[in-house]
Design a protein around this ligand. Structure first.
Ligand code: CO
Length: 203
């Protein structure tokens, strides 16, 4: 069965409320450099995992998360490039972030089938906190994937959605975005991350 653009908005529309925040693995943790395995079983455990991944992404906050980033080497990606985050100042001057307008997208076993154009965008990654660098990506892509029910779907994506899908499918192939930079920059950020990790361990 072929569906054009299936957003799992009904299954996961409350994922920002009901979920568990999972630990995000940071570069250069070894799980991030592994090629992830295809998902073969589509069951309630998978739904729960995707829900928790979305919850983790919304509250990090980020616009995409791949399963290797939470230590699970499987080909699962969650994305939402459109949700709103509004800062609300409370009566006691503390601040709360209110999230709204969700469009959760869950891609299982995504494969980029065609790609064209070129676009530069300053990317960041929840696994490389504090680092933002311009990466060159394809401007438009066609991706085949399975939805949470295992149904085959295709999605045509451009611009930020296309960039995000390329960034996340890179994670499934063991590639973190700083590895797409020059060797010099990549080594610089790798050393920076290793130093920061050591500092945190000594605290
Ligand atoms: Co990332």
């Amino acid at each position: 069965m072929e569906n054009q653009i299936v957003l799992d908005s009904n299954t996961f529309k409350d994922a920002h409320l009901n979920g568990v925040a999972l630990k995000i693995h940071t570069y250069p943790d070894s799980v991030l450099s592994k090629v992830a395995k295809p998902v073969e079983v589509f069951d309630s455990k998978l739904i729960e995992l995707c829900r928790n991944m979305l919850f983790t992404m919304y509250h990090a906050p980020g616009i995409g998360l791949a399963a290797p980033q939470i230590g699970i080497s499987q080909r699962i990606v969650v994305i939402d490039i459109n949700y709103k985050r509004d800062k609300i100042t409370n009566a006691d001057d503390s601040e709360t972030i209110k999230l709204s307008e969700f469009e959760p997208l869950v891609l299982i076993n995504p494969v980029i089938k065609s790609q064209e154009g070129s676009i530069d965008y300053e990317e960041g990654c929840l696994s490389v906190p504090g680092v933002y660098e311009k990466v060159n990506r394809k401007q438009s892509i066609k991706v085949e994937y399975q939805n949470i029910y295992g149904e085959k779907c295709t999605l045509d994506a451009t611009d930020l959605l296309a960039i995000c899908i390329q960034h996340e499918t890179d994670h499934l192939n063991g590639i973190v975005f700083i590895e797409r930079l020059s060797l010099l920059k990549m080594k610089f950020f790798k050393n920076k991350m290793i130093k920061e990790k050591k500092l945190m361990q000594n605290e």
